[in-house]
Design a protein around this ligand. Structure first.
Ligand code: PEP
Ligand code: MN
Length: 337
């Protein structure tokens, strides 16, 4: 249910409603708006009509059922776009955000050189995997904790915020010590225990789309994170499985426009995992921006031909520089800054 407060409602009245929601066994989530505040009350769907009784409380204008199955994620609760701030970067604001870095952290030299290049060429956030979810148990699995340490060192040197993937609920606290944003990958997009765990932290989460997930299922996964209290979720379209084999996955650009209708959360696109080939990354990046993406996540490596993972889809520094330069022009045309 959404409890809509009157524009003139006081903070005390708001807190009284929050207390009453808790007494009724539901979880309140206050969403402060420009003109009025609302409280999303979530919990057991079966008895939710008990919340209708809040309508008589001081300061309450209306109590409205949320029709969508994803509640806090939907625009029914929050109409304005969510802007997620990470250090001095705003994701979901006017500026297109570019996240870049290697698939995996491989060595100190590799990640520091990449971080410096990403920064100097106009990227905003560094990426790099320390725990790699690989299809084969015999493939490089990532450097683990050492990878986190190197990632943080590189990010600090380049003065960039940094994101890395977490694959295990038991690693969440450790990963939080080193990075600014946590990523949930496609293979874990319905790992509900992991989603609940990252819902309890105070760092933003990039939630990739499961490779066989509908948009609705994806938003339900986001709801797992939001319902635990973490409202800072960024959705990342990274391609889905189809019958097509010319590309690694099929980039679902229409997901961007659907998500913009359905949710207030920022939407970014990963053209690297979507296509699997560096030569297709620029055109799909431009298409994503034209379709309204708030940002891009691209794989960049100093020597893609020598990468431990995902070399064929990784851009070298030169191609990344060209991409960012063109994105700047395109952002301007799309009335982004
Ligand atoms: C990644 O970002 O390196 C990654 C493994 O992505 P995905 O989960 O989309 O395959
Ligand atoms: Mn990768």
């Amino acid at each position: 249910m959404v409890i809509v407060m009157k524009p003139e409602a006081t903070e005390e009245q708001l807190q009284n409603v929050v207390t009453r929601i808790e007494e009724l066994g539901y979880k309140p989530h206050i969403i402060y708006g420009a003109t009025r505040n609302v409280i999303g009350a979530v919990g057991d769907e079966r008895g939710k009509f008990i919340l209708q009784s809040l309508e008589v409380m001081d300061g309450v204008e209306a109590v409205i059922p949320i029709l969508k199955p994803y509640k806090l994620t939907s625009k029914e609760v929050k109409r304005e776009k969510s802007i997620i701030n990470v250090k001095d970067v705003a994701i979901g604001g006017d500026e297109l955000v570019v996240i870049a870095g290697p698939c995996a952290v491989e060595s100190e030299e590799q990640i520091i050189n990449t971080a410096k290049a990403v920064k100097s060429l106009g990227g905003h956030i560094l990426r790099g995997g320390a725990y790699k979810p690989r299809t084969s148990p015999y493939s490089f699995q990532g450097l683990g904790k050492e990878g986190l340490e190197l990632l943080k060192k590189a990010a600090d040197i380049a003065l960039l915020p940094v994101v890395t993937e977490v694959v295990n609920p038991e690693h969440v606290e450790l990963v939080c010590e080193y990075v600014d944003i946590l990523q949930i990958g496609t293979r874990n997009a319905q790992n509900f225990e992991l989603l609940k765990k990252v819902g309890q932290i105070d760092k933003p989460v990039i939630l990739k789309r499961g490779m066989a997930m509908t948009i609705k299922e994806w938003l339900m996964s986001a709801e797992y994170i939001l319902s635990e209290g973490n409202m800072n979720v960024i959705l990342c379209e990274r391609g889905i499985r189809t019958f097509e084999t010319a590309t690694r996955n099929t980039l679902d650009l229409s997901a961007i426009t659907v998500l913009k209708e359905e949710t207030h959360l920022p939407v970014i696109v990963d053209p690297s995992h979507a296509t699997g080939y560096a030569k297709y990354v620029p055109s799909m990046s431009y298409a994503a921006v034209a379709a309204g993406a708030d940002g891009l996540m691209v794989e960049v490596h100093p020597q893609p031909e020598k990468a431990f993972s995902d070399g064929p889809q990784s851009l070298n520094f030169n191609s990344f520089g060209n991409l960012v330069a063109k994105l700047k022009q395109l952002s301007w045309m799309m009335a982004r800054l």
